[in-house]
Every structure is written in structure tokens, then in C-alpha cells.
Design a protein around this ligand. Structure first.
Ligand code: NAP
Length: 340
């Protein structure tokens, strides 16, 4: 038995909702536990829910995953434009309608010796499940320069949607040359007086549409072939030290905010030494979304460093769910041979 929390503050931190639903009895051994509440997790929940498997989804600390931290989504099929938090809230509603039980909690340990697999959460709950779908996603990569950590929340940010408002009329730097850097740089022009996009090369990785919009924005200026060497400031960001990688010239640039968009790292800590990973730490899955342990499936950015789109994560979540359904049917057949 556990508290259900169905009024999730998507995109925010996982705080208990004021109104708690009555706890519903859970089986001793769950059919499937989904770990993570991004698009892959919700898609897996919708499909396993519709298959009447009564999935349990454990949200993690960042409700909704990365898409809940972004603004306009313009490339999710079926929606010309939708806000990231709204898209993921819709997915959650749909998953709950099909019987997904949502637990706002954080998984601290997974015992992969199973089935049943044992999942322990930060609040001390222990669940067992015949199958797992890992959808723990990825988190922003840090620059790794001096004082970045100390000044995080004091001018250094990884989320323009969350913090952009605080930079009204200010000067901000966005680090990176991919879609995220340009999209969030464009978003920041709503608030900031000026936005510098600082990229380590002289060619952007971002797609053509975002490139065109960013280069046309009167508030955005690009600084090419340049890396951040350190972030400076006593109690808040005051300047950044930059190095031009072609000329070697080092300069100090006064700045109020630094938004870092240099890619992501997979949230794989739970599975170190337990599930096979590639050299970058992404879980290795096959075409059927199976990890190296039978009964444990993975979907979304924890196992995908190539596509990394909400739409592809959803597809992978759906595939994982369909394979779980088949896997559970096979388990049942093995437990009750001859029963069809
Ligand atoms: P990304 O595509 O991996 O781009 C990361 C950027 O950061 C690259 O320009 C890279 O430079 C730079 N970088 C990496 N490490 C760095 C370092 N240590 N110092 C300085 N710069 C560094 O990551 P992303 O922009 O977050 O996008 C992730 C995925 O989400 C992509 O598939 C993207 O298409 C997708 N996405 C799509 C949209 C959209 O369609 N609207 C929006 C956001 C994200 P190099 O180019 O030199 O490698």
C-alpha cells in the first residue's frame, strides 16, 4: 500500500500533492514497474495500462523529464505547437485513464536478480515486479569549469524555461551549438537585453529552422570557436573567462547569466555494473528494447544517444511496453504449461 499522488506538478520538483487519493491495494508482485516520467515512461504506461497490466510508474525527481523543462514543441506529430509541460501532462492524464498508478518517489536501488526484480525507493518502499521498463532519461551535461557548481542557481542555469524570467533586461550567455542552445537562446530573448551564443566551433549542429531564427534575431549574437574557461563571481555570476580555440586569445566578458546546453548524460547510476552499457554509459538494448537482463527493458534517452526526440522516445516506450506484454505472457505460459 502506498500514497498515490495524481496531481503532479509536471516540470517541477516532486512535492506531494495536497489532495491524496485513497491508496489502492497493489499485488505482492507487480506486473511491471516503469521508472521515469518522461515521454518514454508515459508512453510505456499508456500501452501497458491498456493491456490491463496495472503498471506502476515511479516518477523520479524531475517530473515529466526534459520535455517538461522546454517551452514550445513544434515537431511532435499531431501538435503544430504545444508547450512541453502541457504535452507531458496530457500523456500522464492518458496513462492514468488506462489504470497507471503513479508514485511520486525516487528509485534508489534496483536488484536485477529476478524476476521478480526488487525496486527500493527514497521513501523506503520496496516493490517487486516481474518486468521493469527503465525510462530514466538523461540530464544536462556540465561544462566542468571552475566555479560552475558553486554559481549554479546564482546565474548558472541548465533550464531557460525555469530561470529565464530572472534575467529580464540582463546580459546572458548560452553555451552550445545544438538545437537546445538555439531554442533556449531564442526563448531567452523574451527577457534578456542581449543573448550571446558561444560555440566551440564555427558551424552549428542545430537544425536549419532554428539556425535561421537565431541568426535573424536582433538580440542574438554568436561567438565562434570559443570555449568557457571559468565562470567568475562572488555571490553571483559577474563574468566569464573565454578562450578562442583558434587564436588562443583569452578574454573576460561581463555577463549576468550562463545557460549551459552542451548535451546530456544518461541517468544510469542505478544500473552501474548491473546492466550492459556502451562506452558513453547508455544502456544497450536490442530492437525489442531488451537490456542485457531478461525482463528488464529500456526506452528513451537512457538507451538512445542518437535520436533523442520526444517522438522517438515515445515510440521506444510503446515498443518496450508491447514487448513486456509478450514477455509476461511467456512467463505465464512457462508457469502454467499447457494452459492456453
Ligand atoms: P547536442 O545536439 O548534442 O549538441 C550539444 C552542443 O554542445 C554541440 O554543439 C556541441 O558542440 C556542444 N558541446 C558539447 N560538449 C561541449 C563542451 N564540453 N564545451 C562546449 N560545447 C560543447 O545536444 P542538444 O542541443 O541538447 O540536443 C540533444 C538532442 O535533442 C538532439 O538530437 C536535438 O536535435 C534534440 N533537440 C531538438 C529540438 C528541436 O527539434 N526543436 C530542441 C532541443 C533538442 P559540437 O557541435 O562541436 O559537438
Amino acid at each position: 500500500m502506498f500514497d498515490l499522488n495524481l496531481n503532479l506538478n509536471v516540470g517541477g520538483s516532486a512535492e506531494p500533492a495536497a489532495e491524496q487519493m485513497p491508496a489502492s491495494p497493489r499485488p505482492d508482485i507487480e506486473n511491471v514497474i516503469i521508472i521515469g516520467s518522461g515521454p518514454a515512461g508515459w508512453a510505456a504506461a499508456i500501452y501497458t495500462g491498456r493491456a490491463e497490466l496495472r503498471p506502476l510508474l515511479i516518477t523520479g525527481n524531475e517530473l515529466g523529464g526534459q520535455i517538461a523543462l522546454t517551452t514550445e514543441v513544434e515537431n511532435y506529430p499531431g501538435f503544430e505547437q504545444i508547450q512541453g509541460p502541457e504535452l507531458v501532462a496530457n500523456m500522464q492524464k492518458q496513462a492514468e485513464r488506462f489504470g497507471t498508478e503513479v508514485l511520486v518517489d525516487y528509485v534508489t536501488e534496483v536488484d536485477v536478480n529476478g524476476p521478480p526484480f526488487t525496486v527500493t525507493t527514497a521513501s523506503g518502499r520496496v516493490f517487486r515486479a516481474k518486468a521493469l521498463i527503465v525510462a530514466t532519461g538523461a540530464s544536462p551535461r556540465r561544462l566542468g569549469v571552475p566555479d560552475e557548481e558553486r554559481l549554479t542557481g546564482r546565474g548558472v542555469s541548465y533550464c531557460a524555461t525555469c530561470d529565464g524570467f530572472f534575467f529580464r533586461g540582463k546580459r546572458v550567455a548560452v553555451i552550445g551549438g545544438g538545437d537546445s542552445a538555439l531554442q533556449e537562446g531564442l526563448f531567452l530573448t523574451r527577457f534578456a537585453e542581449r543573448v550571446w551564443i558561444i560555440h566551440r566551433r564555427d558551424q552549428l549542429r542545430a537544425g536549419a529552422t532554428l539556425q535561421r531564427r537565431a541568426t535573424e534575431s536582433p538580440k542574438i549574437e554568436f561567438i565562434w570557436n570559443t570555449v568557457v574557461e571559468r565562470i567568475n563571481g562572488e555571490t553571483k555570476v559577474e563574468s566569464i573567462t573565454l578562450r578562442n580555440v583558434v587564436t588562443g586569445k583569452v578574454t573576460t566578458m561581463p555577463i549576468d547569466g550562463v545557460f549551459v546546453y552542451i548535451g546530456h548524460l544518461p541517468n544510469n547510476q542505478l544500473f552501474m555494473g548491473k546492466l550492459a552499457m556502451d562506452e558513453q554509459g547508455y544502456l544497450i538494448t536490442d530492437k525489442l528494447m531488451r537490456t542485457s537482463v531478461p525482463g528488464i527493458f529500456a526506452a528513451g534517452e537512457i538507451q538512445d544517444h542518437r535520436f533523442k526526440q520526444a517522438a522517438t522516445s515515445v515510440g521506444q516506450g510503446v515498443a518496450a511496453a508491447m514487448e513486456v506484454e509478450k514477455y509476461l505472457a511467456d512467463l505465464e505460459d512457462r508457469a502454467y504449461p499447457g494452459r492456453k
